[in-house]
Design a protein around this ligand. Sequence first.
Ligand code: HEM
Length: 119
Amino acid sequence: MSLYHKYGGITFWNEVLNCFYNKALQSKKIAHFLTPENFYHIQAMLISQLEISLGELGRYSMKGLMQIHMHLEITSSQYNEWISLYKDALIENYVLYEDIEKIIKIFQVIKQYIVYNNY
Ligand code: HEM
């Protein structure tokens, strides 16, 4: 069974995304990326983040992800903060440890396409 269905589908994962988004809005390191002008992009990004984390990585072009994020100059530390808050949201919603590990591993793989420089 897919992770999507294992936890009850869209209602559950919406809750995870909301939880993550509220945390990100309060983070000194990354909140400035989440501007009101960017709202629709961020919404679209959260959906793609969810799809990728649930195993739909193949639907996305890594070159595309690189091009989208390049001008944002996202640092390794900002990316790590993003992933750490996502992990917190998964924990708070009782996702099993073994599933969290799987999800975080996928995000470690795509880090190189989103982070601008390893500083
Ligand atoms: C975790 C993996 C990530 C994935 C899969 C992802 C994916 C995406 C996608 C697909 C878009 C385009 C949305 C649209 O269609 O409009 C986007 C936009 C954006 N992403 Fe990400 N993203 C990730 C991580 C991050 C991180 C870590 C940050 C900042 C710390 C970030 C900041 C942004 C911003 C600000 C935009 C809006 C576009 C812009 O301002 O040019 N993303 N992302």
